[in-house]
Design a protein around this ligand. Structure first.
Ligand SMILES: [Zn+2]
Length: 384
């Protein structure tokens, strides 16, 4: 395995992140390339024959994200990665292939810190994150605070995490599209720094070199003020940089949020572009840290117990979990609590604290909009 500058071709046999000659990012060059799919492996490591050899494999089941149709547009839903971000693909390769210290200090950087921290923790490294209070992304900070990392607020702004190993991880998006579709009519990729887009392009290029597939037309939904060197290189190699109307992009963002897919504004641009281009072009959707709050909106089918609890609450009005349990009886009180938690998360039941005989209790009530589908729900009716 060697490292090569993506611009001037400078090569090195030892790990180098940036070219000492021209300052551009370096990429991994594998000596021997072979498509040998490990179908039993439920992560990006099923393409291990085209990834750098890991020192230890650190995987949380990243990759294999669904290709699905949303209102006619085929999307690669990267919000379904373990931390909700495509970066997990890169983090898995980075943490698996690097020499790791016992403790690592990271500067908070949007999109990448949550993911890298999660993988470092999984590998047993202690993580400290330095946050710049003036530029932190709030939902990601909240997510980060749920992890076992030490957070301080003396950071000096995020630094880019371009790494040859990140690019290797992002390649697997191309492999997955190839594995499930054979060929693609085109891909629209959100592009800020261009690392994601470069990785996907490199993946297709390697498939082409192996005689398996052609590089499809690549469109970059561009979002930024300064065109990075990576984007210029992608343009030189045939990718098309596209601008999208900001209002159209926000409309897409709202439209997708209603479907429970929380994406970043730049990904909304990719979706809008795919719509504009038509003809089976796939939009790569990158997520936000909102993934954890996504449940509930989709009207998932109720379990039998959840349905019975709703029926009891509709009859009786407000009740405690204990009172509900006394009415249902053949399940455990804990089971009732669990079902109630799910119903509250789904927005079908509301709870509030109250006092009863100088004790703090919690009361549950069915929401009117949470009516259950099916004939019995309607037959009971809501009292006038
Ligand atoms: Zn160079």
């Amino acid at each position: 395995m060697r490292y090569r500058c993506i611009k001037c071709g400078y090569t090195s046999s030892s790990f180098t992140a940036r070219c000492p000659e021209c300052g551009y990012p370096m990429e991994v060059v594998l000596e021997h390339k072979e498509w040998s799919l490990d179908e039993e492996e439920p992560s990006i490591w099923r393409y291990g024959s085209l990834l750098p050899p890991p020192k230890r494999r650190v995987s949380l089941g990243e990759g294999l994200t669904p290709l699905r149709r949303i209102e006619g547009i085929v999307v690669k839903d990267e919000t379904k990665n373990p931390t909700g971000s495509y970066v997990d693909r890169g983090s898995s390769v980075l943490v698996s292939c690097s020499d790791l210290p016992e403790e690592l200090e990271l500067d908070f950087s949007q999109d990448v810190t949550v993911s890298i921290s999660t993988y470092l923790l999984k590998s047993g490294v202690r993580v400290k994150v330095r946050v710049d209070p003036s530029s932190v992304e709030l939902t990601e900070l909240l997510y980060l605070s749920n992890l076992d990392v030490e957070i301080s607020f003396d950071g000096g702004g995020g630094r880019a995490y371009e790494s040859p190993f990140m690019i290797e991880g992002f390649k697997t998006i191309a492999f997955e599209v190839f594995e499930s579709r054979g060929r693609a009519d085109g891909l629209v990729i959100p592009a800020e720094s261009g690392v994601l887009a470069y990785g996907v392009w490199k993946g297709f290029l390697e498939l082409e070199e192996l005689g398996l597939s052609r590089v499809p037309p690549i469109y970059l939904a561009y979002h930024g003020t300064v065109k990075t060197g990576l984007l210029e290189i992608l343009e030189d190699r045939g990718a098309r940089l596209m601008e999208v109307d900001a209002t159209d992009a926000l409309k897409s963002l709202v439209q997708l949020a209603k479907k429970g897919v929380y994406i970043k504004p730049v990904a909304a641009k990719a979706y809008s572009l795919a719509k504009e281009l038509g003809g089976g072009v796939i939009a790569v959707l990158t997520g936000t840290g909102l993934r954890k709050w996504e449940h509930g909106a989709e009207g998932r089918p109720l379990t039998e117990l959840q349905g019975r609890i709703l029926d009891v609450l509709r009859e009786e009005g407000e009740m405690t979990a204990y009172q509900i349990w006394r009415r249902i009886e053949d399940v455990s009180l804990q089971g009732v609590y669990k079902a109630l938690t799910k119903l509250v998360e789904a927005g079908m039941v509301t709870s509030r604290r109250a006092m009863m005989k100088r004790r703090k209790i919690r009361l549950y009530r069915a929401n009117e909009s949470g009516s259950r589908d099916g004939p019995e729900g309607e037959a009971e009716g809501i009292p006038d």
